[in-house]
Write a protein that binds this ligand. Structure first.
Ligand code: ZN
Length: 73
């Protein structure tokens, strides 16, 4: 399983209503706290929800599909 860290930037299946779809991880654990980089709005997702919705993770200056970052079951 991919180990997410505070400060990682990820995209979700569905972006935020403000039009942005790049989120910064603020807290990890049983629940994940995310901040929208467009409007600074924060949300909490359960780890399970997060794992289902996450699509890409930023590596350096590019976004990499999560399927290339961890093994599929
Ligand atoms: Zn937003």
């Amino acid at each position: 399983m991919l180990n997410y860290q505070v400060g990682d930037r990820i995209t979700l299946k569905k972006g935020h209503p403000c039009g942005e779809n790049l989120w910064e991880i603020l807290r990890t654990g049983v629940d994940i706290k995310l901040k929208c980089t467009g409007c600074q709005h924060t949300i909490w997702l359960s780890r399970l929800d997060f794992e289902k919705r996450v699509r890409k993770i930023q590596e350096g200056d590019k976004l990499v599909s999560i399927v290339h970052h961890k093994k599929e079951d």
